[in-house]
Design a protein around this ligand. Structure first.
Ligand code: ASP
Length: 290
């Protein structure tokens, strides 16, 4: 039986500040890649590995997602997440979710247990409760935001987590989870929970984005890469760079991770840095920020 090469990529957001010490994140991401590699090598599905990895990223408090999310201007923690399965193009997402520890788990439940793609706000929270997902008792005790208010630099600054994987059956999956941008208004939704903007997976490519979500939505970055690969002869690198260039033209910054069914990986960014780690099909692992 022939099996596909395995590969995976994660990101921990495009918000690192130049000169910062991100050694903990670099070690943490490498550990998650090694764990994911072992799961994929043992035959786990790309979908399971993507969800397991994002659950760990969310729970770590090291990134602006899950436990590490920052509050909006009203002081509330509103989280977004999405998941997409390449072979079936099923997708699930939650937006403006409050009160639950793992938004990516809620996104998976939306995908698998409802006829919908996205649930938002109070409806998303009611659904998460009905699924028995783990609630946050006391937000003040649970969340560990890097900045309790807007950080001391201008513009919308960011941080998000994502994971994309290719399993031994050749299936791709992608997921993204975020606390959103710093200084966001209550009810604001970025690219993260929107398939085609902050996440995408089909039979050719899986993509997860991070950056100023407004511009990633306006450039339809994740699906743009997929469509470029489908309808042109562009390489993955060209398709990804061209899509990110549109974000820059619109005045935004950020980055993305993308992985093809052949195991090709790109991790471009136009921000100061992007927390990222990858397992290449030949077994090589990289984990880096700048
Ligand atoms: N893209 C996310 C958002 O706009 C933020 C981020 O990637 O850091 O909500």
């Amino acid at each position: 039986m022939t099996s596909s090469p395995i590969a995976m990529v994660i990101h921990g957001g495009a918000g690192p500040l130049k000169g910062g010490d991100y050694s903990r994140e670099v070690v943490h991401m490498r550990g998650l890649i090694e764990a994911g590699r072992d799961r994929l090598a043992a035959g786990a599905s790309a979908l399971d590995v993507v969800v397991e990895t994002i659950v760990a990223l969310e729970a770590s408090g090291l990134y602006v997602a899950g436990r590490g999310a920052s509050p909006n201007t009203a002081g509330d923690f509103e989280l977004d997440a999405s998941l997409m399965d390449g072979p079936t193009r099923r997708a699930g997402a939650v937006a403006v979710l409050t009160g639950f520890k793992s938004p990516i788990t809620a996104a998976r439940a939306v995908m698998e247990k409802t006829p919908h793609v996205m649930l938002a706000g109070a409806g998303a929270a009611a659904f998460a409760a009905s699924e028995g997902l783990e609630p946050i008792g006391d937000p003040a005790a649970w969340f560990t935001p890097a900045w309790k208010t807007v950080p001391p630099h201008k513009g919308l600054s960011t941080g998000t987590v994502g994971c994309i994987a290719l399993d031994s059956s050749g299936a791709l999956a992608a997921g993204t989870s975020t606390g959103g941008v710093f200084g966001k208004k209550p009810g604001r939704v970025g690219d993260t929970p929107i398939p085609g903007a902050g996440v995408w997976a089909d039979t050719r490519v899986a993509v997860s984005c991070t950056g100023v979500g407004e511009m990633f939505i306006r450039a339809a970055v994740a699906s743009q890469i997929a469509h470029r690969l489908r309808f042109t002869d562009e390489s993955l690198a060209t398709a990804a760079e061209a899509s990110l260039a549109e974000v820059a033209l619109l005045g935004g910054e950020g980055g993305l991770i993308a992985l093809t069914a052949a195991g090709e990986i790109v991790m471009p960014y136009n921000s100061a840095g992007m927390k990222r780690a990858a397992l290449y099909p030949d077994g090589r692992i990289v984990s880096d920020v700048f």
